[in-house]
Design a protein around this ligand. Structure first.
Ligand SMILES: C[S@@+](CC[C@H](N)C(=O)[O-])C[C@H]1O[C@@H](n2cnc3c(N)ncnc32)[C@H](O)[C@@H]1O
Length: 175
């Protein structure tokens, strides 16, 4: 096909590896993805990949099935940064007391749209809801703001790992 722009060339795995960090980022208390009421292990695996890509940590409660789901979901060769929260609300309160900004990702009145969310300038927790019931009301009382990803389709909501990934990329300043 003729055109002004040369066809894109897909980078090789070797080139990609050379452009990446040699080891996982160390935790510097910067950005957390917090699916605090998880239901599906596959979503934790997807979020772990995004966390690695943007330099965030994953924060999850140690429900009986979660450690195994996290281990299985970590398809990267290196260890990921995972924090075990214990009681979800206590963990959120502790992050706030330490000065973190807490952002809930939810379809809610008063939510800001994703495009209006500025990059994180201080430690930030991204709270994600349960796959069926969303972020519980008692947790929404603890957040600084709520962000919503606009939708024009027929579905009620996005997959939680997709929603979390979009917000993490925005907060990391990578899009
Ligand atoms: C599948 S949704 C929850 C179900 C939702 N309450 C419903 O009625 O369909 C799971 C989580 O994904 C996130 N989420 C999904 N779509 C979203 C959107 N468009 N904007 C913000 N958050 C979203 C929220 O954290 C939500 O709690």
């Amino acid at each position: 096909m003729s055109g002004a722009r040369p066809a894109a060339r897909v980078r090789s795995r070797r080139e990609l590896a050379a452009a990446r960090r040699r080891r996982a980022h160390s935790c510097w208390d910067h950005l957390y993805a917090a699916p605090l009421w998880p239901m599906h292990g596959a979503n934790l695996g997807t979020l772990l990949r995004t966390c690695d890509a943007v330099g965030a940590c994953l924060a999850v409660p140690r429900l009986p099935w979660v450690p195994e789901a996290v281990a299985r979901g970590n398809t990267l060769r290196r260890r990921s940064c995972v924090h075990w929260t214990g009681d979800q609300l206590d963990w959120l309160r502790a992050r706030r007391e330490q000065g973190a900004r807490v952002v809930a990702v939810e379809l809610a009145d008063e939510a800001v749209r994703l495009a209006e969310l500025p990059p994180a300038r201080r430690p930030t927790v991204v709270v994600l809801g349960h796959e069926r019931t969303g972020v519980p009301p008692e947790a929404l009382e603890l957040v600084d703001e709520v962000v919503e990803i606009p939708m024009v389709g027929t579905g009620h909501s996005l997959n939680v790992a997709v929603a979390g990934s979009l917000v993490l990329y925005k907060l990391a300043g990578l899009v």
